[in-house]
Design a protein around this ligand. Structure first.
Ligand SMILES: O=C(O)c1ccc(O)c(O)c1
Ligand SMILES: [Mg+2]
Length: 629
Protein backbone atom coordinates (compact mmCIF):
# COMPACT_ATOMS: atom_id res chain seq x y z
CA UNK A 1 0.00 0.00 0.00
CA UNK A 2 1.20 3.48 -0.84
CA UNK A 3 -0.28 6.78 0.30
CA UNK A 4 -1.37 9.71 -1.84
CA UNK A 5 -3.55 12.79 -1.47
CA UNK A 6 -5.23 15.09 -3.97
CA UNK A 7 -4.07 18.70 -3.87
CA UNK A 8 -7.71 19.77 -3.54
CA UNK A 9 -7.79 18.24 -0.05
CA UNK A 10 -5.78 20.91 1.73
CA UNK A 11 -5.54 24.64 1.92
CA UNK A 12 -3.02 27.09 0.58
CA UNK A 13 -1.14 27.88 -2.61
CA UNK A 14 0.27 25.05 -4.64
CA UNK A 15 3.84 25.17 -3.21
CA UNK A 16 2.49 25.26 0.36
CA UNK A 17 0.26 22.26 -0.35
CA UNK A 18 3.15 20.27 -1.77
CA UNK A 19 5.43 21.07 1.16
CA UNK A 20 2.74 20.00 3.65
CA UNK A 21 1.99 16.80 1.72
CA UNK A 22 5.65 15.85 1.57
CA UNK A 23 6.24 16.71 5.25
CA UNK A 24 3.32 14.50 6.29
CA UNK A 25 5.00 11.49 4.68
CA UNK A 26 2.87 10.79 1.62
CA UNK A 27 4.34 8.88 -1.32
CA UNK A 28 2.27 10.55 -4.00
CA UNK A 29 0.00 13.42 -4.93
CA UNK A 30 -2.97 13.78 -7.27
CA UNK A 31 -2.73 17.02 -9.21
CA UNK A 32 -6.13 18.66 -9.24
CA UNK A 33 -6.48 20.62 -12.42
CA UNK A 34 -7.62 23.86 -10.80
CA UNK A 35 -4.63 23.91 -8.46
CA UNK A 36 -2.40 23.53 -11.47
CA UNK A 37 -4.27 26.19 -13.50
CA UNK A 38 -4.09 28.70 -10.66
CA UNK A 39 -0.33 28.23 -10.34
CA UNK A 40 1.89 30.17 -12.72
CA UNK A 41 4.63 27.57 -13.24
CA UNK A 42 4.72 25.43 -16.39
CA UNK A 43 3.58 21.78 -16.23
CA UNK A 44 7.25 20.77 -16.37
CA UNK A 45 7.98 23.08 -13.38
CA UNK A 46 5.12 21.52 -11.45
CA UNK A 47 6.41 18.03 -12.20
CA UNK A 48 9.88 18.99 -11.06
CA UNK A 49 8.60 20.58 -7.85
CA UNK A 50 6.67 17.43 -7.02
CA UNK A 51 9.65 15.18 -7.64
CA UNK A 52 11.98 17.50 -5.72
CA UNK A 53 9.76 16.84 -2.71
CA UNK A 54 10.28 13.13 -3.21
CA UNK A 55 6.70 12.66 -4.34
CA UNK A 56 5.23 10.92 -7.35
CA UNK A 57 2.27 12.31 -9.31
CA UNK A 58 -0.31 9.58 -8.96
CA UNK A 59 -2.75 11.10 -11.42
CA UNK A 60 -4.06 14.21 -13.09
CA UNK A 61 -7.74 15.00 -12.67
CA UNK A 62 -10.56 15.47 -13.37
CA UNK A 63 -11.35 15.08 -17.04
CA UNK A 64 -15.08 15.74 -17.25
CA UNK A 65 -17.99 15.02 -19.56
CA UNK A 66 -16.21 12.66 -21.90
CA UNK A 67 -18.22 9.51 -22.63
CA UNK A 68 -21.42 9.19 -24.68
CA UNK A 69 -21.34 12.58 -26.37
CA UNK A 70 -23.14 13.01 -29.73
CA UNK A 71 -21.24 14.64 -32.58
CA UNK A 72 -19.95 17.30 -32.93
CA UNK A 73 -19.35 17.36 -29.16
CA UNK A 74 -17.77 13.91 -29.31
CA UNK A 75 -14.92 15.05 -31.56
CA UNK A 76 -14.35 18.03 -29.33
CA UNK A 77 -14.01 15.85 -26.21
CA UNK A 78 -11.33 13.79 -27.96
CA UNK A 79 -9.51 16.98 -28.88
CA UNK A 80 -9.74 18.09 -25.25
CA UNK A 81 -8.36 14.73 -24.16
CA UNK A 82 -5.33 15.12 -26.42
CA UNK A 83 -4.64 18.51 -24.79
CA UNK A 84 -4.78 16.88 -21.34
CA UNK A 85 -2.44 14.17 -22.53
CA UNK A 86 0.06 16.87 -23.56
CA UNK A 87 -0.05 18.35 -20.06
CA UNK A 88 0.29 14.94 -18.43
CA UNK A 89 3.41 14.17 -20.39
CA UNK A 90 4.95 17.46 -19.34
CA UNK A 91 3.91 16.92 -15.73
CA UNK A 92 5.32 13.43 -15.78
CA UNK A 93 2.28 11.35 -14.91
CA UNK A 94 0.74 8.51 -16.85
CA UNK A 95 -2.77 8.40 -15.36
CA UNK A 96 -5.77 10.65 -15.91
CA UNK A 97 -9.06 10.36 -14.05
CA UNK A 98 -12.19 10.60 -16.20
CA UNK A 99 -15.26 11.08 -14.04
CA UNK A 100 -18.65 10.01 -15.36
CA UNK A 101 -20.45 12.45 -17.60
CA UNK A 102 -22.92 14.84 -15.96
CA UNK A 103 -23.77 16.79 -19.13
CA UNK A 104 -27.42 16.90 -20.23
CA UNK A 105 -26.08 16.35 -23.75
CA UNK A 106 -24.63 12.94 -22.83
CA UNK A 107 -26.25 9.91 -24.37
CA UNK A 108 -26.60 6.75 -22.31
CA UNK A 109 -25.67 3.25 -23.35
CA UNK A 110 -22.98 1.00 -21.97
CA UNK A 111 -21.69 -0.02 -25.40
CA UNK A 112 -21.51 3.55 -26.68
CA UNK A 113 -19.46 4.57 -23.63
CA UNK A 114 -17.29 1.45 -23.96
CA UNK A 115 -16.56 2.29 -27.58
CA UNK A 116 -15.56 5.83 -26.61
CA UNK A 117 -13.21 4.47 -23.98
CA UNK A 118 -11.74 1.96 -26.39
CA UNK A 119 -10.85 4.75 -28.74
CA UNK A 120 -9.47 6.88 -25.88
CA UNK A 121 -7.40 3.86 -24.83
CA UNK A 122 -5.89 3.64 -28.30
CA UNK A 123 -4.94 7.30 -28.20
CA UNK A 124 -3.53 7.04 -24.65
CA UNK A 125 -1.52 3.94 -25.55
CA UNK A 126 0.26 5.83 -28.32
CA UNK A 127 1.70 8.09 -25.64
CA UNK A 128 2.22 5.44 -22.99
CA UNK A 129 -0.64 6.88 -20.88
CA UNK A 130 -3.54 5.29 -19.00
CA UNK A 131 -7.12 6.39 -18.36
CA UNK A 132 -9.11 5.57 -15.23
CA UNK A 133 -12.90 5.85 -15.22
CA UNK A 134 -14.72 6.83 -12.05
CA UNK A 135 -18.48 6.79 -11.48
CA UNK A 136 -19.58 10.01 -9.78
CA UNK A 137 -22.50 9.34 -7.44
CA UNK A 138 -24.47 11.97 -9.39
CA UNK A 139 -23.35 11.05 -12.92
CA UNK A 140 -26.06 11.49 -15.56
CA UNK A 141 -26.08 7.92 -16.80
CA UNK A 142 -23.30 6.28 -14.80
CA UNK A 143 -23.42 6.72 -11.03
CA UNK A 144 -22.48 3.26 -9.79
CA UNK A 145 -19.03 1.68 -9.90
CA UNK A 146 -20.61 -1.57 -11.13
CA UNK A 147 -21.74 0.17 -14.32
CA UNK A 148 -18.40 1.94 -14.68
CA UNK A 149 -16.72 -1.44 -14.36
CA UNK A 150 -18.98 -2.94 -17.05
CA UNK A 151 -17.98 -0.11 -19.40
CA UNK A 152 -14.30 -0.61 -18.64
CA UNK A 153 -14.68 -4.37 -19.14
CA UNK A 154 -16.35 -3.91 -22.51
CA UNK A 155 -13.86 -1.23 -23.56
CA UNK A 156 -11.43 -4.14 -23.38
CA UNK A 157 -8.27 -2.08 -23.56
CA UNK A 158 -5.11 -2.47 -21.49
CA UNK A 159 -4.84 1.31 -21.06
CA UNK A 160 -8.39 1.70 -19.71
CA UNK A 161 -9.18 0.82 -16.10
CA UNK A 162 -11.52 1.72 -13.27
CA UNK A 163 -10.94 4.20 -10.44
CA UNK A 164 -12.83 3.45 -7.26
CA UNK A 165 -13.75 6.25 -4.87
CA UNK A 166 -15.09 5.19 -1.48
CA UNK A 167 -17.36 8.21 -1.23
CA UNK A 168 -19.26 7.54 -4.46
CA UNK A 169 -19.76 3.88 -3.60
CA UNK A 170 -20.59 4.24 0.09
CA UNK A 171 -22.75 7.36 -0.19
CA UNK A 172 -25.09 5.38 -2.45
CA UNK A 173 -24.85 2.30 -0.22
CA UNK A 174 -23.73 0.19 -3.19
CA UNK A 175 -22.87 -3.40 -2.25
CA UNK A 176 -19.13 -3.38 -1.71
CA UNK A 177 -18.83 -7.11 -2.37
CA UNK A 178 -19.21 -6.20 -6.05
CA UNK A 179 -15.64 -4.87 -5.84
CA UNK A 180 -14.12 -8.22 -4.93
CA UNK A 181 -14.49 -9.70 -8.43
CA UNK A 182 -12.76 -6.83 -10.27
CA UNK A 183 -9.31 -7.99 -11.48
CA UNK A 184 -6.73 -6.05 -9.50
CA UNK A 185 -4.79 -4.90 -12.58
CA UNK A 186 -7.94 -3.16 -13.84
CA UNK A 187 -8.13 -1.02 -10.68
CA UNK A 188 -5.88 1.87 -11.65
CA UNK A 189 -6.14 3.69 -8.33
CA UNK A 190 -8.41 3.87 -5.28
CA UNK A 191 -9.56 7.18 -3.86
CA UNK A 192 -10.51 7.37 -0.22
CA UNK A 193 -12.85 9.68 1.64
CA UNK A 194 -15.15 9.34 4.61
CA UNK A 195 -18.05 11.64 5.51
CA UNK A 196 -20.37 12.30 8.43
CA UNK A 197 -23.84 10.87 7.87
CA UNK A 198 -25.94 13.84 6.84
CA UNK A 199 -29.09 13.53 4.83
CA UNK A 200 -28.46 15.84 1.88
CA UNK A 201 -27.99 16.09 -1.84
CA UNK A 202 -25.10 13.79 -2.85
CA UNK A 203 -23.18 16.38 -4.84
CA UNK A 204 -23.36 18.96 -2.06
CA UNK A 205 -22.44 16.38 0.57
CA UNK A 206 -19.44 15.27 -1.48
CA UNK A 207 -18.13 18.72 -2.33
CA UNK A 208 -18.35 20.17 1.17
CA UNK A 209 -18.40 17.50 3.87
CA UNK A 210 -15.99 14.73 2.97
CA UNK A 211 -13.41 14.01 5.64
CA UNK A 212 -10.50 11.69 6.35
CA UNK A 213 -11.13 7.94 6.69
CA UNK A 214 -12.09 7.31 10.31
CA UNK A 215 -13.27 10.88 10.86
CA UNK A 216 -16.72 10.23 9.44
CA UNK A 217 -19.39 7.55 9.63
CA UNK A 218 -19.01 5.61 6.36
CA UNK A 219 -17.82 1.96 6.42
CA UNK A 220 -14.46 2.82 4.84
CA UNK A 221 -12.68 -0.14 6.45
CA UNK A 222 -15.09 -2.63 4.86
CA UNK A 223 -14.72 -0.83 1.54
CA UNK A 224 -10.93 -1.02 1.69
CA UNK A 225 -11.03 -4.65 2.78
CA UNK A 226 -13.12 -5.44 -0.33
CA UNK A 227 -10.53 -3.62 -2.46
CA UNK A 228 -7.68 -5.49 -0.78
CA UNK A 229 -9.50 -8.79 -1.37
CA UNK A 230 -8.85 -8.30 -5.12
CA UNK A 231 -5.12 -8.34 -4.37
CA UNK A 232 -4.85 -4.59 -5.03
CA UNK A 233 -1.90 -3.25 -3.08
CA UNK A 234 -1.33 0.09 -4.81
CA UNK A 235 -2.08 3.66 -3.83
CA UNK A 236 -4.82 4.67 -1.46
CA UNK A 237 -5.31 8.30 -2.38
CA UNK A 238 -7.23 10.79 -0.28
CA UNK A 239 -9.58 13.03 -2.18
CA UNK A 240 -11.26 15.24 0.38
CA UNK A 241 -13.48 18.14 -0.52
CA UNK A 242 -14.13 19.89 2.78
CA UNK A 243 -14.84 23.56 3.41
CA UNK A 244 -13.16 23.50 6.81
CA UNK A 245 -10.02 21.81 5.47
CA UNK A 246 -9.75 24.34 2.66
CA UNK A 247 -9.47 27.03 5.29
CA UNK A 248 -7.44 25.05 7.82
CA UNK A 249 -3.75 24.52 8.43
CA UNK A 250 -2.18 22.73 5.44
CA UNK A 251 0.35 21.04 7.67
CA UNK A 252 -2.18 19.78 10.22
CA UNK A 253 -4.67 18.55 7.62
CA UNK A 254 -1.97 16.73 5.67
CA UNK A 255 -0.72 15.10 8.88
CA UNK A 256 -4.26 14.00 9.77
CA UNK A 257 -4.67 12.60 6.27
CA UNK A 258 -1.52 10.53 6.47
CA UNK A 259 -2.47 9.25 9.91
CA UNK A 260 -5.92 8.32 8.64
CA UNK A 261 -4.49 6.17 5.84
CA UNK A 262 -1.97 4.40 8.06
CA UNK A 263 -4.74 3.71 10.57
CA UNK A 264 -7.03 2.49 7.78
CA UNK A 265 -4.33 0.25 6.32
CA UNK A 266 -3.59 -1.20 9.73
CA UNK A 267 -7.24 -2.08 10.30
CA UNK A 268 -7.48 -3.72 6.89
CA UNK A 269 -4.18 -5.55 7.33
CA UNK A 270 -5.63 -7.22 10.43
CA UNK A 271 -8.55 -8.54 8.38
CA UNK A 272 -7.52 -12.09 7.35
CA UNK A 273 -9.66 -11.75 4.25
CA UNK A 274 -7.55 -8.87 2.99
CA UNK A 275 -4.05 -9.80 4.03
CA UNK A 276 -2.53 -8.69 0.71
CA UNK A 277 -2.01 -5.12 1.87
CA UNK A 278 1.69 -4.61 2.57
CA UNK A 279 2.63 -2.05 5.16
CA UNK A 280 4.75 -1.70 8.27
CA UNK A 281 3.43 -3.66 11.21
CA UNK A 282 2.58 -1.95 14.46
CA UNK A 283 1.10 -3.04 17.78
CA UNK A 284 -2.68 -3.10 18.13
CA UNK A 285 -4.61 -0.13 19.50
CA UNK A 286 -3.82 0.18 23.20
CA UNK A 287 -6.57 -0.66 25.66
CA UNK A 288 -6.72 2.07 28.31
CA UNK A 289 -7.28 0.77 31.84
CA UNK A 290 -7.72 4.13 33.48
CA UNK A 291 -6.24 7.54 34.11
CA UNK A 292 -2.94 7.02 35.95
CA UNK A 293 -2.60 10.64 36.96
CA UNK A 294 -3.29 14.20 35.93
CA UNK A 295 -0.44 16.69 36.34
CA UNK A 296 -0.79 20.42 36.78
CA UNK A 297 1.92 22.95 36.11
CA UNK A 298 1.74 26.04 38.29
CA UNK A 299 3.78 28.74 39.92
CA UNK A 300 4.11 28.84 43.70
CA UNK A 301 1.21 31.23 44.23
CA UNK A 302 -1.26 29.34 42.06
CA UNK A 303 -0.04 26.02 43.43
CA UNK A 304 -1.03 27.16 46.91
CA UNK A 305 -4.54 27.98 45.72
CA UNK A 306 -4.81 24.75 43.79
CA UNK A 307 -3.65 22.74 46.81
CA UNK A 308 -6.38 24.36 48.89
CA UNK A 309 -8.98 23.30 46.36
CA UNK A 310 -7.62 19.76 46.15
CA UNK A 311 -7.66 19.47 49.93
CA UNK A 312 -11.22 20.78 50.07
CA UNK A 313 -12.01 18.11 47.48
CA UNK A 314 -10.66 15.55 49.95
CA UNK A 315 -7.21 14.91 48.45
CA UNK A 316 -4.15 14.49 50.65
CA UNK A 317 -0.55 15.09 49.78
CA UNK A 318 1.01 11.63 49.82
CA UNK A 319 4.42 12.13 48.25
CA UNK A 320 6.95 14.65 47.06
CA UNK A 321 9.47 14.17 44.26
CA UNK A 322 13.05 13.33 45.21
CA UNK A 323 14.66 15.83 42.85
CA UNK A 324 11.89 18.07 41.55
CA UNK A 325 9.26 20.39 42.93
CA UNK A 326 6.40 18.01 42.36
CA UNK A 327 3.80 16.76 44.85
CA UNK A 328 1.33 13.92 44.55
CA UNK A 329 -2.17 14.29 45.98
CA UNK A 330 -4.30 11.18 46.29
CA UNK A 331 -7.75 9.97 47.05
CA UNK A 332 -9.29 6.60 46.16
CA UNK A 333 -7.67 5.56 42.90
CA UNK A 334 -7.04 9.15 41.83
CA UNK A 335 -3.60 10.76 41.62
CA UNK A 336 -3.11 14.44 40.93
CA UNK A 337 0.35 15.98 40.59
CA UNK A 338 1.29 19.62 41.03
CA UNK A 339 4.54 20.62 39.37
CA UNK A 340 6.13 23.97 40.26
CA UNK A 341 9.56 23.37 38.69
CA UNK A 342 11.21 26.52 37.39
CA UNK A 343 12.63 24.70 34.38
CA UNK A 344 11.74 21.94 31.97
CA UNK A 345 8.59 21.32 30.02
CA UNK A 346 6.09 21.86 32.83
CA UNK A 347 7.52 25.30 33.42
CA UNK A 348 7.52 26.13 29.70
CA UNK A 349 3.91 25.03 29.59
CA UNK A 350 3.14 27.25 32.59
CA UNK A 351 4.84 30.20 30.88
CA UNK A 352 2.51 29.84 27.89
CA UNK A 353 -0.74 28.57 29.37
CA UNK A 354 -0.58 29.58 33.02
CA UNK A 355 -1.69 27.06 35.61
CA UNK A 356 -3.14 24.12 33.77
CA UNK A 357 -3.54 20.37 33.68
CA UNK A 358 -0.87 19.99 31.03
CA UNK A 359 -0.29 16.23 31.28
CA UNK A 360 -2.41 13.15 31.67
CA UNK A 361 -1.14 9.62 32.14
CA UNK A 362 -3.03 6.75 30.58
CA UNK A 363 -2.71 3.27 32.05
CA UNK A 364 -2.23 0.66 29.33
CA UNK A 365 -1.15 -2.98 29.21
CA UNK A 366 2.21 -2.25 27.67
CA UNK A 367 3.38 1.34 27.59
CA UNK A 368 6.26 0.75 25.14
CA UNK A 369 3.90 -0.92 22.67
CA UNK A 370 1.36 1.89 22.96
CA UNK A 371 4.19 4.37 22.44
CA UNK A 372 5.47 2.63 19.33
CA UNK A 373 1.97 2.51 17.85
CA UNK A 374 1.55 6.22 18.51
CA UNK A 375 4.85 6.97 16.78
CA UNK A 376 3.91 4.74 13.82
CA UNK A 377 0.80 6.90 13.53
CA UNK A 378 2.79 10.11 13.41
CA UNK A 379 2.45 11.24 17.04
CA UNK A 380 5.23 13.49 18.33
CA UNK A 381 7.34 11.80 20.98
CA UNK A 382 8.18 13.75 24.12
CA UNK A 383 11.50 13.11 25.81
CA UNK A 384 12.66 14.84 28.97
CA UNK A 385 15.86 14.37 30.94
CA UNK A 386 15.42 12.55 34.22
CA UNK A 387 17.86 12.23 37.09
CA UNK A 388 19.83 9.01 37.55
CA UNK A 389 17.67 6.16 38.77
CA UNK A 390 14.42 7.95 38.01
CA UNK A 391 11.78 6.44 35.80
CA UNK A 392 11.60 7.60 32.22
CA UNK A 393 7.94 7.52 31.28
CA UNK A 394 7.20 7.28 27.53
CA UNK A 395 5.13 10.26 26.41
CA UNK A 396 3.62 11.84 23.33
CA UNK A 397 2.35 15.33 22.63
CA UNK A 398 -1.41 15.67 22.81
CA UNK A 399 -4.07 18.38 22.73
CA UNK A 400 -2.68 21.91 22.90
CA UNK A 401 0.90 20.61 22.99
CA UNK A 402 0.24 18.98 26.37
CA UNK A 403 1.52 15.53 27.26
CA UNK A 404 0.09 12.07 27.32
CA UNK A 405 2.20 9.81 29.49
CA UNK A 406 1.88 6.07 28.99
CA UNK A 407 2.25 3.85 32.02
CA UNK A 408 1.66 0.18 32.69
CA UNK A 409 1.64 -2.13 35.68
CA UNK A 410 4.13 -4.61 34.23
CA UNK A 411 7.26 -2.49 34.36
CA UNK A 412 8.82 -0.01 36.73
CA UNK A 413 6.55 2.59 35.12
CA UNK A 414 3.78 1.39 37.38
CA UNK A 415 5.99 2.15 40.38
CA UNK A 416 7.18 5.61 39.34
CA UNK A 417 5.58 7.11 42.45
CA UNK A 418 7.56 4.83 44.77
CA UNK A 419 10.81 5.20 42.80
CA UNK A 420 10.84 8.94 42.10
CA UNK A 421 8.97 10.19 45.17
CA UNK A 422 9.26 10.17 48.95
CA UNK A 423 6.19 9.67 51.13
CA UNK A 424 4.82 12.90 52.60
CA UNK A 425 1.93 13.97 54.79
CA UNK A 426 0.38 17.28 55.67
CA UNK A 427 -0.76 17.90 59.17
CA UNK A 428 -4.33 18.87 58.44
CA UNK A 429 -7.74 17.51 58.99
CA UNK A 430 -9.11 16.54 55.59
CA UNK A 431 -12.36 14.60 55.42
CA UNK A 432 -12.27 11.98 52.63
CA UNK A 433 -15.00 12.66 50.09
CA UNK A 434 -15.35 9.17 48.60
CA UNK A 435 -13.94 10.08 45.19
CA UNK A 436 -12.81 6.88 43.51
CA UNK A 437 -11.50 7.41 40.01
CA UNK A 438 -11.43 9.89 37.17
CA UNK A 439 -14.73 9.55 35.33
CA UNK A 440 -13.71 11.79 32.44
CA UNK A 441 -11.25 14.40 31.34
CA UNK A 442 -12.72 17.28 29.33
CA UNK A 443 -10.51 18.95 26.77
CA UNK A 444 -11.51 22.17 25.09
CA UNK A 445 -10.23 22.69 21.57
CA UNK A 446 -10.95 25.04 18.68
CA UNK A 447 -13.84 23.62 16.69
CA UNK A 448 -11.69 22.96 13.64
CA UNK A 449 -9.35 20.75 15.68
CA UNK A 450 -12.07 18.33 16.79
CA UNK A 451 -11.55 15.85 13.95
CA UNK A 452 -7.80 15.91 14.48
CA UNK A 453 -8.07 14.81 18.10
CA UNK A 454 -10.85 12.31 17.53
CA UNK A 455 -8.66 10.61 14.96
CA UNK A 456 -5.61 10.91 17.22
CA UNK A 457 -7.26 9.13 20.16
CA UNK A 458 -9.21 6.57 18.18
CA UNK A 459 -6.27 5.52 16.03
CA UNK A 460 -3.83 5.05 18.92
CA UNK A 461 -6.14 3.77 21.64
CA UNK A 462 -8.95 1.24 21.69
CA UNK A 463 -11.83 3.70 21.71
CA UNK A 464 -14.79 4.89 19.71
CA UNK A 465 -16.42 8.26 19.24
CA UNK A 466 -19.98 9.13 20.19
CA UNK A 467 -22.24 11.29 18.01
CA UNK A 468 -21.66 15.02 18.26
CA UNK A 469 -23.99 16.93 20.56
CA UNK A 470 -24.60 20.66 20.73
CA UNK A 471 -23.94 22.27 24.09
CA UNK A 472 -25.78 25.53 24.40
CA UNK A 473 -23.81 28.31 26.02
CA UNK A 474 -25.60 31.63 26.55
CA UNK A 475 -23.08 33.15 24.09
CA UNK A 476 -23.07 30.47 21.42
CA UNK A 477 -22.93 26.78 20.64
CA UNK A 478 -20.12 24.47 21.69
CA UNK A 479 -19.93 21.09 19.97
CA UNK A 480 -19.10 18.15 22.11
CA UNK A 481 -18.00 14.69 21.15
CA UNK A 482 -16.66 11.93 23.34
CA UNK A 483 -13.83 9.45 22.89
CA UNK A 484 -14.55 6.49 25.14
CA UNK A 485 -14.01 2.77 25.43
CA UNK A 486 -16.64 0.14 26.10
CA UNK A 487 -15.64 -0.44 29.71
CA UNK A 488 -15.71 3.27 30.52
CA UNK A 489 -12.09 3.32 31.70
CA UNK A 490 -11.28 5.89 29.04
CA UNK A 491 -13.59 8.85 28.70
CA UNK A 492 -12.36 12.04 27.11
CA UNK A 493 -14.86 14.70 26.18
CA UNK A 494 -13.77 17.07 23.45
CA UNK A 495 -15.51 20.41 23.35
CA UNK A 496 -15.09 22.45 20.20
CA UNK A 497 -15.42 26.18 20.69
CA UNK A 498 -16.31 28.46 17.81
CA UNK A 499 -16.39 31.82 19.51
CA UNK A 500 -14.48 33.30 22.39
CA UNK A 501 -17.52 34.51 24.28
CA UNK A 502 -18.54 30.97 25.19
CA UNK A 503 -17.05 29.56 28.40
CA UNK A 504 -15.03 27.11 26.27
CA UNK A 505 -13.98 29.82 23.82
CA UNK A 506 -12.93 32.12 26.63
CA UNK A 507 -10.82 29.32 28.11
CA UNK A 508 -8.80 28.69 24.94
CA UNK A 509 -8.50 32.38 24.11
CA UNK A 510 -7.17 33.26 27.55
CA UNK A 511 -5.05 30.15 27.96
CA UNK A 512 -3.41 30.55 24.56
CA UNK A 513 -4.74 27.32 23.23
CA UNK A 514 -6.52 24.05 23.71
CA UNK A 515 -6.26 22.06 26.89
CA UNK A 516 -7.92 20.27 29.79
CA UNK A 517 -10.77 22.45 31.05
CA UNK A 518 -12.26 20.15 33.58
CA UNK A 519 -11.74 16.84 35.32
CA UNK A 520 -14.63 14.78 36.59
CA UNK A 521 -14.23 12.40 39.53
CA UNK A 522 -16.55 9.53 40.30
CA UNK A 523 -18.24 8.84 43.62
CA UNK A 524 -20.61 6.02 44.50
CA UNK A 525 -22.62 8.29 46.79
CA UNK A 526 -23.01 11.88 45.69
CA UNK A 527 -24.85 12.91 48.87
CA UNK A 528 -22.17 11.49 51.16
CA UNK A 529 -19.60 13.26 49.00
CA UNK A 530 -21.53 16.54 49.21
CA UNK A 531 -21.65 16.27 53.00
CA UNK A 532 -17.91 15.56 53.23
CA UNK A 533 -17.14 18.44 50.87
CA UNK A 534 -19.15 20.72 53.10
CA UNK A 535 -17.14 19.57 56.11
CA UNK A 536 -13.97 20.50 54.19
CA UNK A 537 -15.30 23.97 53.48
CA UNK A 538 -15.71 23.31 49.77
CA UNK A 539 -18.14 25.64 48.08
CA UNK A 540 -19.97 24.02 45.19
CA UNK A 541 -21.11 25.92 42.14
CA UNK A 542 -24.51 27.43 42.89
CA UNK A 543 -27.20 26.20 40.52
CA UNK A 544 -30.27 28.33 39.79
CA UNK A 545 -33.23 27.24 41.98
CA UNK A 546 -35.43 27.35 38.85
CA UNK A 547 -33.60 24.29 37.57
CA UNK A 548 -34.99 22.03 40.27
CA UNK A 549 -38.68 22.55 39.57
CA UNK A 550 -38.07 21.67 35.96
CA UNK A 551 -35.96 18.58 36.63
CA UNK A 552 -38.55 17.30 39.12
CA UNK A 553 -41.31 17.65 36.55
CA UNK A 554 -39.24 16.25 33.68
CA UNK A 555 -38.26 13.05 35.46
CA UNK A 556 -41.14 12.77 37.91
CA UNK A 557 -38.74 12.90 40.86
CA UNK A 558 -39.78 12.41 44.43
CA UNK A 559 -39.99 15.96 45.92
CA UNK A 560 -37.73 14.83 48.79
CA UNK A 561 -35.03 13.92 46.31
CA UNK A 562 -35.45 17.24 44.52
CA UNK A 563 -34.98 19.03 47.84
CA UNK A 564 -31.79 17.14 48.54
CA UNK A 565 -30.45 17.86 45.05
CA UNK A 566 -31.25 21.53 45.48
CA UNK A 567 -29.70 21.75 48.94
CA UNK A 568 -26.42 20.39 47.58
CA UNK A 569 -26.48 22.06 44.13
CA UNK A 570 -26.54 18.67 42.42
CA UNK A 571 -27.69 18.29 38.83
CA UNK A 572 -29.62 15.22 37.72
CA UNK A 573 -30.03 13.30 34.48
CA UNK A 574 -31.25 9.89 33.45
CA UNK A 575 -31.11 7.70 30.35
CA UNK A 576 -32.33 4.18 29.51
CA UNK A 577 -29.40 2.72 31.41
CA UNK A 578 -29.41 4.62 34.66
CA UNK A 579 -29.04 7.83 36.61
CA UNK A 580 -26.41 10.57 36.67
CA UNK A 581 -25.70 13.08 39.41
CA UNK A 582 -23.33 16.01 38.90
CA UNK A 583 -21.81 18.51 41.26
CA UNK A 584 -19.39 21.23 40.22
CA UNK A 585 -16.69 23.37 41.71
CA UNK A 586 -16.47 27.02 40.90
CA UNK A 587 -13.98 28.09 38.24
CA UNK A 588 -10.28 28.41 38.77
CA UNK A 589 -8.27 30.89 36.70
CA UNK A 590 -9.71 31.35 33.22
CA UNK A 591 -12.47 28.79 33.50
CA UNK A 592 -10.94 25.55 34.73
CA UNK A 593 -13.16 23.56 37.10
CA UNK A 594 -13.73 20.21 38.76
CA UNK A 595 -16.81 18.04 38.49
CA UNK A 596 -18.00 15.19 40.65
CA UNK A 597 -20.35 12.62 39.20
CA UNK A 598 -22.22 9.58 40.31
CA UNK A 599 -22.83 7.40 37.29
CA UNK A 600 -25.16 4.46 37.88
CA UNK A 601 -25.27 2.74 34.51
CA UNK A 602 -25.89 6.06 32.75
CA UNK A 603 -23.92 6.37 29.51
CA UNK A 604 -23.93 10.07 28.71
CA UNK A 605 -22.26 13.17 30.12
CA UNK A 606 -25.17 15.32 31.24
CA UNK A 607 -25.47 17.34 28.01
CA UNK A 608 -29.00 18.38 28.95
CA UNK A 609 -27.66 20.05 32.09
CA UNK A 610 -24.78 21.80 30.37
CA UNK A 611 -26.67 25.01 29.68
CA UNK A 612 -27.45 25.45 33.37
CA UNK A 613 -23.99 24.75 34.71
CA UNK A 614 -22.36 26.88 32.00
CA UNK A 615 -24.54 29.81 33.00
CA UNK A 616 -23.59 29.26 36.65
CA UNK A 617 -19.88 28.83 35.83
CA UNK A 618 -19.87 32.02 33.82
CA UNK A 619 -21.38 33.86 36.73
CA UNK A 620 -18.67 32.45 38.96
CA UNK A 621 -15.82 33.23 36.56
CA UNK A 622 -14.09 36.19 38.11
CA UNK A 623 -11.75 38.35 36.06
CA UNK A 624 -8.97 38.45 38.62
CA UNK A 625 -8.69 34.68 38.36
CA UNK A 626 -8.66 34.07 42.10
CA UNK A 627 -10.18 30.75 43.02
CA UNK A 628 -13.38 30.95 44.97
CA UNK A 629 -13.41 28.59 47.87
O1 LIG B 1 -17.04 16.60 -7.35
C1 LIG B 1 -16.48 16.33 -8.41
O2 LIG B 1 -16.75 16.88 -9.47
C2 LIG B 1 -15.48 15.24 -8.44
C3 LIG B 1 -14.45 15.26 -9.35
C4 LIG B 1 -13.50 14.25 -9.37
C5 LIG B 1 -13.58 13.21 -8.47
O3 LIG B 1 -12.68 12.21 -8.42
C6 LIG B 1 -14.62 13.19 -7.55
O4 LIG B 1 -14.68 12.17 -6.70
C7 LIG B 1 -15.55 14.19 -7.53
MG1 LIG C 1 -13.07 10.83 -6.79
Amino acid sequence: MKTSIATVSISGEFPEKLAAIAAAGFDGVEIFENDFLAFDGSPADVGRMVRDHGLEITLFQPFRDFEGMPEPLRSRTFDRAERKFDIMQQLGTDLVLVCSNVSPAALGGIDRAAADFHELGERAAKRGLKVGYEALAWGRHINDHRDAWEIVRRADHANIGIILDSFHTLSRKIDINSIRSIPKEKIFIVQMADAPLIDMDLLYWSRHFRNMPGEGDLPVVDFTAAVAATGYDGYLSLEIFNDQFRGGSAKAIAADGHRSLIYLGDQVRRNPDASTLTMAEMPERAAVKGIGFVEFSADEADAENLEKILKALGFRRTATHRSKKVSIFEQGGIRLLINTEQQGFANASFAVHGTSAYAIALMVDDAQQAFSRAIALGADPFIQQVADGEVEIPAIRGVGGGLIYLIDANSELGRFAEIDFRPATDDEKIVPTHLQHVDHVAQTVAYDEMLTWLLFYNSIFEAHKTPMVDIIDPAGVVRSQVVENISGTLRITLNGAENRRTLAGHFIAEKFGSGVQHIAFHTDDIFATAAALRANGFQPLTISPNYYGDVEARFGLDPDLTERLKADNILYDRDDHGEYFQLYSSTFGEGFFFEIVQRSGYRGYGAANAIFRIAALKKALRPEGVPKL
